[in-house]
Design a protein. Structure first.
Lengths: 354, 373, 186
């Protein structure tokens, strides 16, 4: 645990003073878990609201503006409504898997959230294989989608789930390879080290051309990975009704919904960390105030989130075969060549460093 | 000994899935029974009748003035043109001399209706291929037309502005000015449509070469309107059998030869430009005069058969009246464009993906009450 | 082509055997000089099996016997001079004692229009030949006619109820259809 903010240190000392060390550690973990759950919920609700306001802005509408100040409590009210709704389901559904599926999705995105470095101090789990962990965990969520679609006993849901499986397996490659391209520069999988390296220039500047290509590939495949338009084949409301979550209602639906938004945040956060220096301020202008890092990090992330929302509200959806063509015939070869170029650049010391 | 052979090969079989009657892409209560192999469509079988009201039977009971009102409820997006079709049939049968003013106003409102219908179609087309924003842009422009209609005839959708013999009331004093404002506004907005959707690479990939309908098939299936014209079938009733003031204007029939989904899309966009030009040619020259000629309170058509075709936003609408000389028609048949266009859905969507079917269906521009008359 | 030319051309495809018989009989009577009865026609014999009329309609109407319907339609479509390739309206009509189908045809090359009517007196099992293999649009329109008038179409690939449910009794657009609950009769 790499927590050294004074508040957390105070809590840590206080806990140690009233209970043995092992118990204190467990209590601390539970507290951190609860904190991350809270972040998860608030972030999810805020992202939904953001999406709705941005969508409204694109679509000549006003969007939610009645509940709370400028509609800030709108999604809270929606969540309360979803909580109070009846949990329906199909009669012949596989009850166990059907109920399990939302938790797969939500737990995988929650785990991914754990390794995101908000600032130098605010980083729950700075594991030395951070990027690898993220890539591995982010593809677990698809199991939940597949299970949900399969167990719903609904053909539309099944088609949606199968599409999701195909899509995630394909685009997983590009996500991993585009991150791998950047790992060649950093030489480390640990997220905090990746950010340290960027003190001499963000990676997108250090790696210049191949880094920009990798960033574009990452954003495309990341959008696909989080099943958002124009890659929302999984839901494709004009084709499949609601796709894999057709048969889910109430809070179980909300889990899927929240997880989708958290996944989008995670993709944007990885991009901000790996390509844009995470919590580092541009040109180190606020280096003396370390806690400002969280604002820089969130600012960069939300700019990228906005980019993904921009995609969503302007592009039509791809067809499922075009989706696979894009990955296997374009993104993957580009990526492989890009890695070689990046390796050459690093080998020949052609990176730009300040 | 009897040998039993077990087939160990990995077998797949097509399955059936119900698209509709409550499905976002069927735009109403159309039910399609799809036979699918994975994602590939093997067969599309429409199941109709969820909102069939038997308007044709009701017409046999109603007077000719009443029938006009029923036609609103067929293709509600071309309600004015539907009304016009019945009125023209009755007027031709009675050999009434219709004032020029009526003809001009009918044509102007008819073309505005067509633009409004195409605006809505464009929005929904985008939504069907996954671009939700188009919907609101289409509705923004359609709203202006609806406001013009509301001011003149009090209704926005089911207009009932036509009566046999003319119009229900004269146009509103603001009509000409607001129509001109709309033309000026829409001329700047139509290129925006192209920038947002037509020129999008994903959209073109989704629509080009999808749902191809050859010219022979288009004629054989009776595909009219933009669907037929995208296949090269010159079927614009406004050109071949001009009615109202359409013989006084010059316009191009939007024709394409590709016959795919993108061609149908382009034909409709082109038609909006043509409709704008028709309105522009007429709006300054609306002659003074009566807005209606007097008809008898009870209209009795002479004995005989009368057929009138008009071009609605979806294609050729035919009104076939068999009269025995009484105040009700003996038989009234509506040849609705949507019904014929639906019949070719199976033909052009087999072999495509589910996504293709949705895109194809969007460009057929089906209005279900038009099919379920 | 004008309506008169169309009438002459189409009429010539289906010569009336009565006229042939008449000429044969005349020839026979010249040689044998017998069977003179019933040869004097009270009205001029139609040289064709088809009845043409333009009365009360803006188009040329052809009344055709159901037996010749399919052959006539096939010829109308495939003949170069007529080339009626566009069936724009197919309506079922209950004429009272007979049930019929009215076909409105147009040629997209010559731009002439014609109306073909085929009636059947059998109200119990009315049957006509399907024209779906000539114009594909007929498949759905014939299903509609079957649904509302109960006219069966031979060789139709998929003749079943289109709008109504399969167990619906009666054919609603017939004049003798009674539904006391749903129909408002004035």
């Amino acid at each position: 645990m790499n927590i050294s903010l004074s508040i957390t240190k105070n809590i840590h000392d206080w806990l140690l003073s009233i209970m043995p060390e092992s118990a204190a550690n467990i209590v601390e973990m539970v507290l951190i878990g609860l904190l991350y759950l809270a972040i998860f919920a608030i972030l999810g609700l805020f992202l939904v609201l953001l999406e709705r306001r941005i969508a409204a802005w694109f679509q000549l509408r006003i969007g939610p503006n009645r509940v709370g100040f400028h509609g800030l409590l709108q999604t809270m009210a929606d969540a309360l409504k979803l909580l109070s709704k009846e949990l329906t389901g199909t009669t012949k559904a596989d009850k166990f898997l059907y109920n399990l599926a939302p938790y797969f999705v939500i737990v995988s995105s929650l785990m991914a959230l754990a390794v995101i470095p908000f600032t130098k101090e605010f980083h729950a789990f700075d594991i030395n294989i951070g990027i690898f962990f993220l890539i591995a965990i982010s593809s677990v969520g698809v199991i939940g989608i597949l299970l949900g679609g399969w167990a719903s006993n609904n053909k539309f849901a099944l088609i949606g789930a199968m599409r999701s499986g195909v899509q995630t397996i394909s685009y997983e490659l590009s996500v991993a390879l585009s991150l791998l391209t950047m790992i060649i520069i950093t030489g480390s999988l640990q997220l905090s080290e990746i950010i340290e390296v960027q003190k001499s220039g963000w990676l997108i500047v250090q790696g210049h051309i191949p880094a920009i290509i990798a960033f574009m590939v990452f954003m495309i495949s990341g959008t696909a990975e989080s099943n958002r338009a124009p890659f929302d084949m999984v839901e494709a409301e004009s084709e499949l009704g609601a796709g894999f979550h057709t048969e889910y209602s109430g809070m179980k639906f909300a889990y899927f919904f929240l997880a989708e938004f958290i996944n989008m945040f995670i993709i944007a956060a990885i991009a901000a960390t790996v390509f844009f220096g995470g919590w580092l301020s541009p040109f180190g202008i606020t280096e003396s105030i370390p806690w400002l890092g969280v604002f820089w990090f969130l600012g960069k992330t939300f700019i990228l989130v906005f980019l993904m929302m921009w995609f969503r509200w302007t592009f039509p959806r791809l067809r499922v075969d075009q989706l696979l063509t894009l990955e296997w015939k374009y993104l993957l070869p580009i990526n492989l060549v890009n890695i070689i170029i990046m390796a050459l650049i690093v080998w020949l010391n052609l990176t730009i460093q300040f | 000994m009897q040998e039993t052979t077990i087939d160990k090969s990995f077998k797949t079989e097509p399955y059936q899935i119900n698209m509709g009657p409550q499905h976002p892409a069927t735009h109403g209560v159309l039910r399609l029974v799809l036979t699918i192999d994975g994602e590939i469509i093997k067969k599309v079988e429409p199941d109709l009748g969820y909102i069939h009201r038997s308007i044709e039977k009701m017409c046999e009971r109603d007077s000719y003035q009443q029938i006009v009102h029923l036609t609103d409820r067929m293709d509600y997006l071309s309600s004015h043109i539907n009304n016009e079709a019945v009125c023209l049939t009755v007027e031709n049968a009675l050999e009434l001399e219709i004032p020029e003013r009526v003809k001009y106003v009918r044509t102007i409102i008819g073309e505005l209706t067509r633009i409004a219908s195409h605006c809505l179609w464009w929005g929904v087309m985008g939504m069907d291929v996954g671009a939700l924003t188009t919907y609101f842009y289409g509705f923004r422009d359609r709203e202006m037309i609806n406001d013009i209609f509301e001011e003149t005839c009090g209704a926005r959708l089911t207009m009932n502005y036509n009566v046999p013999g003319g119009l229900m009331f004269d146009i509103h004093p603001n009509f000409v000015k607001r129509t001109k404002d709309f033309i000026a506004h829409f001329k700047t907005k139509l290129p925006e449509y192209d920038r947002l959707l037509t020129e999008n690479v994903i959209f073109q990939k989704r629509t080009k070469g999808v749902g191809i309908l050859s010219k022979e098939d288009a004629i054989s299936f009776g595909a009219t309107g933009p669907v037929g014209r995208a296949s090269g079938f010159s079927c614009d009733v406004r050109k071949h059998h001009p009615y109202s003031a359409l013989d006084k204007v010059t316009f191009n029939e939007a024709l394409k030869t590709e016959g795919d989904t993108f061609a149908r899309y382009q034909v409709r966009i082109q038609e909006m430009w043509e409709s704008l030009s028709i309105v522009e040619q007429l709006i300054d020259n609306i002659p003074e005069g009566d807005f209606r000629v007097a008809t008898k309170a009870v209209i009795k058509l002479p004995k005989g058969e009368f057929y009138q075709k008009v071009e609605t936003a979806r294609g050729e609408l035919g009104v076939y009246i068999i009269s025995t000389g009484t105040k009700n028609p003996y038989r009234l048949k509506f040849r609705s464009p949507g019904f014929s266009n639906l019949s070719l859905l199976n033909h052009i969507s087999v072999g495509g993906k589910i996504g293709d079917l949705v895109a194809t269906m969007a460009t057929l521009d089906l209005v279900i009450p038009d099919i379920d008359r | 082509m004008t309506n008169e030319e169309l009438q002459d051309l189409i009429g010539s495809w289906f010569p009336n055997p009565e006229t042939d018989k008449f000429s044969e009989i005349v020839e026979a009577s010249e040689t044998e000089g017998s069977s003179e009865e019933a040869l004097e026609p009270s009205k001029p014999i139609n040289p064709s099996l088809l009845e043409f009329t333009q009365e009360g309609s803006q188009f040329l109407n052809i009344n055709v016997n159901p037996k010749q319907l399919h052959a006539l339609m096939n010829q109308l479509k495939s003949n170069e001079q007529t080339n009626f390739d566009y069936l724009f309206c197919l309506s079922g009509v209950d004429w009272g004692e007979a049930l019929g189908v009215v076909y409105h045809l147009e040629s997209t090359t010559h731009r002439h229009t014609i109306v073909v009517k085929a009636n059947t007196k059998d109200r119990e099992k009315p049957t006509l030949d399907s024209v779906y293999n000539i114009w594909a649009t007929a498949e759905f329109h014939e299903r509609e006619v079957f649904d509302f008038f109960g006219i069966k179409f031979n060789n139709h690939p998929n003749l079943k109820r289109l709008f109504l449910t399969d167990d619906w009794e009666g054919y609603p657009l017939r004049k003798d259809y009674v539904d006391e609950i749903n129909m408002v009769i004035k």
